[in-house]
Design a protein around this ligand. Structure first.
Ligand code: GDP
Ligand code: MG
Length: 162
């Protein structure tokens, strides 16, 4: 049984982009609960010689009004099933009420969390990442899932708590 690392966060923050970045070309669905949901998809992943299961959350369609509840519900299940969590926030948007809700779930779970400040595509955006210290989850690690910037540091931090 491999340790489970879940990627949690609001829609559009870049979770799936980060997953693709981590698994690269060796992408392989190991678990895709048929008929039940595509809300959580698991991949076999490897980083720095560590094998683990990477869980992408989301993929659900939801209206704006229902978003908070849906994100919270999906995040809660993923957190429950995980040994550690990467919580992804869009640093170019800043912390939203939905993000704050997920923070509460993470705190309650007691699971180790690494905070990814995504869409920090250049060093000039690190100031936006620093704002996320305010979430109270420790150091926000500025990353660009799209370009790969900072993802090594992020994964190293995640491996330290997984
Ligand atoms: P998810 O809904 O959280 O899985 O988000 P996606 O991975 O589908 O990404 C949502 C949008 O954000 C897509 O258009 C991505 O190309 C974009 N995106 C993801 N990561 C980054 C990033 O690091 N920088 C920028 N500029 N855009 C990103
Ligand atoms: Mg996605």
């Amino acid at each position: 049984i491999l340790p489970v690392l879940a990627i949690v966060g609001r829609p559009n923050v870049g979770k799936s982009t980060l997953v693709n970045r981590i698994i690269g070309r060796r992408e392989a669905v190991v678990e895709d609960k048929p008929g039940v949901t595509r809300d959580r998809v698991s991949y076999r992943a490897e980083w720095a010689g560590r094998d683990f299961t990477l869980v992408d959350t989301g993929g659900w369609e939801v209206d704006v009004a229902g978003m908070d509840a849906k994100v919270a519900e999906q995040a809660e299940i993923a957190i429950e099933e995980a040994d550690a969590v990467i919580f992804v926030v869009d640093a170019t948007v800043g912390p939203t009420d939905t993000d704050e809700q997920v923070v509460k779930l993470l705190r309650r779970s007691g699971k180790p969390v690494v905070l990814a400040a995504n869409k920090v595509d250049s060093p000039t955006l690190e100031a936006e990442a620093a704002v996320l210290w305010g979430l109270g989850l420790g150091e926000p690690i500025g990353v660009s899932a799209l370009h790969g910037r900072g993802t090594g540091d992020l994964l190293e931090a995640a491996m330290n708590v997984l």
